[in-house]
Design a binder for this molecule. Structure first.
Ligand SMILES: NC(=O)c1ccc[n+]([C@@H]2O[C@H](COP(=O)([O-])OP(=O)(O)OC[C@H]3O[C@@H](n4cnc5c(N)ncnc54)[C@H](OP(=O)(O)O)[C@@H]3O)[C@@H](O)[C@H]2O)c1
Length: 360
C-alpha cells in the first residue's frame, strides 16, 4: 500500500484522486479539466461522510452553470456535477457504516462551500444528502435518481399538492424530471396526460402516461385547447424548462380553478431569449388578473435536499414502484462525450458516467 494512503476500516483512501474539475467558464470541452492529483477530502466536518464514487450522473444544470457562472462567483476549481452512487468509506460517526452502498446528490450550500462534486473518485458529502441504495438496482441505475427525483417529488406533492385520483398534465414527460413525475403520479393512481415527442411515446406510456400529446405536431397549449380534458387538470408540471409562455397564459382553458401550474423554471438558451424570459416571469409572477393576467397560480420548484424524499424514492424503487431510467452510460475518460450526449437535449433518462470502470 502506498505511503500516502489512509486506512479506514478496510478501505484504502489515497491522498489524491482523479476528478473532472471545472476550471473556467465555458462549454464542458473548455471548462473541464481531468485532474489526476485532486486532493481527497479526509478532514471531514461533523456529519460529513466520505463516499467512494461508483457512478455519477449528469444534470442539465451542470453544463448550464459552467456556461454562465464567472470565476469570481464560482471560485474555480471545483469538481463537476451533483448526482452519484457509491460506497461509504468513512461513515465518520454518522448513521452510515463503512461499506454501505448509497446514492445521493451534492448541491446547494454543501457544494458551494466544499467545491466537492460527483465526477470524482471520492466525494465528501453531508449524511443528509445520501440514502442506502436499494439492492435491486445497480450503481449506474441509482446514480441519477436523486436530483430529478427530488425535483419531481417536491414539485408535484409539496408545491402541487397532488392527491390520489387527481389529474395531472406533465409537459416534457420524457425529461428525467418528467419521467420521475409520471412514476410518482402513477403510484398514487392519478390520471396522467403527457406531452413529449412521438419518438418517446412508448417510453412515457411504459412509465404510466395515459394520454399522449406530440409536441412536435402543434403547440401544446393549442392541442390542449382543442381537446380540453374533462374535468380540467388539477395540476400542470412544466418539466422542460423552455420558455413556453402560452402554455401558462392559456391555462385557464385546461387547468381547473384553484389548480396550480408548477414550473422547473424556464431558462434562456441564449442572450436573445432574455426579453422573452423577462416577459415570461412578468406574466407568471407580476401581472395581476385585473390587468389581464392569467387567473391560475404559477409556482416554481427550486429543488432542495430532503432526506425523507430520498428515502421515499429508495423505498419505491425497492418495492418496484419506481424504476430508474438510464439513457446512456459512458466511461470516466469519455466524460466529455457524456456531456455531448446530454447537450443534445434529446435524451430519454439519465446520462451516466462510470467512475469505477467495472461497475454495473
Ligand atoms: N428548478 C429546479 O430545481 C430544477 C431541478 C432539476 C432540473 N431542472 C430543470 O428541469 C428541466 C428538465 O431537466 P431534466 O434533467 O429532466 O432534462 P433532460 O432529461 O435532459 O431533458 C431531455 C428531454 O427533454 C425533452 N424535450 C426537449 N424539448 C422539449 C419540448 N419542447 N417539449 C417536451 N419535451 C422536450 C426531450 O425529448 P425529445 O427528444 O422527445 O424532444 C428529452 O427527452 C431542465 O431545464 C433542468 O434544468 C430544474
Amino acid at each position: 500500500m502506498p505511503e500516502d494512503t489512509l486506512v479506514s476500516d478496510h478501505f484504502a483512501i489515497p491522498e489524491t484522486q482523479k476528478a473532472w474539475r471545472v476550471v473556467r467558464k465555458g462549454l464542458p470541452s473548455k471548462a473541464l479539466h481531468l485532474n489526476e492529483k485532486t486532493p481527497v477530502k479526509t478532514d471531514l466536518a461533523k456529519g460529513e461522510v466520505l463516499v467512494k464514487v461508483e457512478a455519477a450522473a449528469l444534470n442539465p444544470v451542470g453544463y448550464k452553470m459552467m456556461g454562465i457562472v464567472p470565476a469570481f462567483v464560482a471560485k474555480f476549481p471545483q469538481t463537476a456535477e451533483y448526482d452519484f452512487s457509491g460506497v461509504v468509506v468513512n461513515g465518520n460517526g454518522t448513521e452510515f457504516k463503512n461499506g454501505q452502498e448509497v446514492f445521493g446528490s451534492i448541491f446547494g450550500d454543501a457544494k458551494s462551500k466544499s467545491h466537492e462534486g460527483a465526477l470524482a473518485q471520492f466525494v465528501a458529502v453531508p449524511a443528509a444528502n445520501i440514502v442506502e441504495r436499494p439492492a435491486n438496482i445497480s450503481p449506474t441505475g441509482a446514480a441519477g435518481l436523486a436530483m430529478v427525483g427530488l425535483t419531481a417529488h417536491q414539485a408535484i406533492f409539496d408545491i402541487g399538492k397532488l392527491e390520489p385520483g387527481m389529474s395531472i398534465f406533465i409537459n416534457g414527460g420524457s425529461t428525467a424530471v418528467g419521467a420521475s413525475a409520471i412514476q410518482f403520479a402513477r403510484a398514487i393512481g392519478c390520471k396522467i396526460t403527457v406531452a413529449a415527442s412521438g419518438q418517446h411515446e412508448d417510453f412515457v406510456k411504459s412509465l404510466g402516461a395515459d394520454v399522449f400529446i406530440d409536441y412536435t405536431k402543434e403547440p401544446v397549449h393549442r392541442a390542449l385547447e382543442q381537446n380540453p380534458p374533462e374535468p380540467k387538470f388539477h395540476l400542470i408540471l412544466e418539466a422542460v424548462g423552455n420558455i413556453d409562455l402560452p402554455l401558462y397564459t392559456h391555462s385557464e382553458k385546461y387547468l381547473a380553478p384553484g389548480g396550480i401550474f408548477v414550473s422547473v423554471m424556464p431558462q434562456p438558451d441564449g442572450l436573445f431569449d432574455t426579453p422573452h424570459l423577462f416577459r415570461y416571469y412578468f406574466e407568471a409572477l407580476l401581472r395581476p388578473t385585473w390587468l389581464g393576467g392569467t387567473n391560475r397560480k404559477w409556482k416554481a420548484v427550486m429543488v432542495k435536499v430532503d432526506k425523507e424524499d430520498l428515502k421515499t424514492i429508495a423505498t419505491m424503487v425497492e418495492e418496484g414502484k419506481f424504476r430508474p431510467v438510464v439513457d446512456s452510460v459512458f466511461s470516466f475518460e469519455d466524460t466529455l462525450k457524456a456531456y455531448d450526449r446530454i447537450m443534445t437535449k434529446h435524451t430519454a433518462g439519465k446520462v451516466v458516467v462510470k467512475v469505477e470502470p467495472d461497475v454495473e
